[in-house]
Each structure stands twice: as C-alpha cells, then as structure tokens.
Write a protein that binds this ligand. Sequence first.
Ligand code: SF4
Length: 371
Amino acid sequence: MLEIKYDELGGIVNVDERIDKKDIQVKRKIRQGYNFLERLLIKNSKKVNYLFDENGKYSCRAQIAPSVIRIGPTNRCTGRCFYCPREYIHDKGTGYMDFALFEKIIAWAKANKVGTISFALFGEPFLHPRIFDMLDLAVKNGMKIRISTNAIVLKKEWAKKLLSYPFESIETSMDGFTRNEYLKGKQVDKYEQAKENILYLLKKAKEKKSKILFNVHFVDIGNVSFLNKVRYIRFWKKELKGLKYLTSFYYEPHNWAGTRSHLTREMNFVDRLLNKWELKKPCMYIKGMNIDWNGDVYICTNDPAEKAVIGNANNDSLEKIYNGEKRMKYLSEHESGRFKNLNCAVCNVNSVRPLAVIKKRIINAVVGVFS
Ligand code: SF4
C-alpha cells in the first residue's frame, strides 16, 4: 500500500509506483476517415453537427479565442481516483499556478470576450491558497464561473462566501454510496469528510435559495452495486431537492485518451462486448482552451499526455496558441475522421457506442423507477 505524501496545503504529491506510465500500452489504429454510419451521425445528430459549418469545418475556426477557458489552479489533488491518469498528470512535476499567470489569462480572456472560466482541469482547485482571489478576479472581469471539486478540502466556513459568487455550476464528486465503495473509487479514506462538506454546502444553498446548478456524481465501473446506485440517487435527490441540479448521477469512466484503456479490460464480459461497436465523431473539447498550473495549454481536459500540450501560456501569446499549427492539426483530423498521430485515435470521448448507450438508458430508467 502506498504511503500517501501530502504538501502543507493537503495536496498529494506522490504517485503509486504500480501505475508507472511506462507500463501502459496504447494500441494505435490507423483510420481512413469517417465511415458511412459515422457520416450519417455527424449530419443528423444535433449533439454533433452544431460543431461544423456548412463546409464541414469546425465553426470555432472563425473565432480567435474560445468561449470557455478551463483552468487548473494546481495539478495536485486530494484523491487518488482509480480512473485518474495521475502518473501522466504528475509527469512534469506538480505545483500551484502563479497568480501573475492567472491575471495574464484573465486579461486576455476579457480582451477577447471569453465568456466563462471553468476551474476544472487535472487537480483539486480548492487546494490553491488564492482560489478565492482567482474567483474574485474572474467575476470582477465579467466572466461566468464554474468549479468542480471532490469536496475533501471544501471547508464549512467557506460555504457562505462560496455561495455568494454567481457560479453557473458547482460540480462535486462523491464516488460511491458507502465508505467502502468510496474507498475503492477515490482510494483515500475521506468519505465522511467529503459527504459532510457537500451536505453542508447544499443545506446553506437551500437556505439562501441559490440559483447555482449543482451536480453530485460518481464514476462507476462496477464498483458500486445496483442497489447502492438506487440508494445513492435516492439520497442525493432528497438532499438536492429545492435546488437546480443535474439528474445524471453516475458516469462510466472514459479512457483518458488511451492512458486508462485498461479500464475497459476490467469491465465484465457483457459490457466489453457492448462497448466493442464504436462510432467515431468529431470532439467538442477542442473548441475550448485548457491551461494547467504551469502554463501548459492542453488540447482538452481528457488527454494528460505531453503530446496533448499545444503551447505554454508563459512563453507564447494565448491567441497564437489557440490559432496555432498544433491545434489546427487537431481540427483538421477531427474534420476528416483520420486521427493519424493523435491520441484521439484511441480516446473514447469522441466516440459513440450505440449498444452501451442503449444499456445505460435501460439501467437509468430502471434506477429512476426505484429511486
Ligand atoms: S478525442 Fe482527442 S481532443 Fe477529444 S477528448 Fe479525446 S484526446 Fe481530447
């Protein structure tokens, strides 16, 4: 068992040696473009076709800046989720974003009419000692804000202040209904702490009649029993009553651009079979901009590998990075469906697995009836 080492702010600094990134094998597939069914999907699905203009090109090519910037105030975290590729995330070291860099990003965002700053990338945003100054600065400059947290360090005394911000959404992750399920998911013994913090925040939000959209979710790959899925949804629905909230309480983990492809192998036989039939589609994540604590700009929030870094905000202008060659290559390959040298070839975020979707819909309907 790994001895977890924390920094003075409560961020985990070490990575379990068992998951050394050199051990992960990514099988490459060469594609010749979208097939007939994929083209049909792209043309007819409202969830996909809005990405393209009438010439089949990404509409965001016309923008010089994204509408959303996702910031990682730190890449350290308070959890060790089994589905998180932290050996990649920690690969170039760990730390906390310089406030001066954050100011530079916000100044650029304001000048380029970026609408939203989302504090959600690879680490736990509430670990940053100046997270409230970051929120203040974004709001003062007219940005909408969102945040995602596992709530482990979400102090109760912060609730009032937090709820005074005009957040679009606060997303919390509570992996499992029981302490054991949580331990399997997050791999840290913080079940009670996280649960109490979320419950307190929701209680205060209800008292305040907050208009923030909340989400309490878990990631499941069979570690949460069916009965506990029902119990989880029933419990959190009750706690969220009176607030705006998302009704999708659980997700299957994606494969993090292939860096967690072994998760698929851990699925049961039926799920593996259902996941086999996969249709590729253009990815929506490459519309945005994702800036890590050290200024590295990632093509998306789901690929933590070095290859996905398209520039560094300390060295280049953000406009140059957003409109640069590296990002354009992503756009071109997603437009054509040939993901030659990109991790997108093995990522399952840009894919639809029709049989798995049908199964999930059935389970959600059944769980909905029982909860
Ligand atoms: S398809 Fe590519 S851009 Fe989209 S999430 Fe996966 S790795 Fe990122």
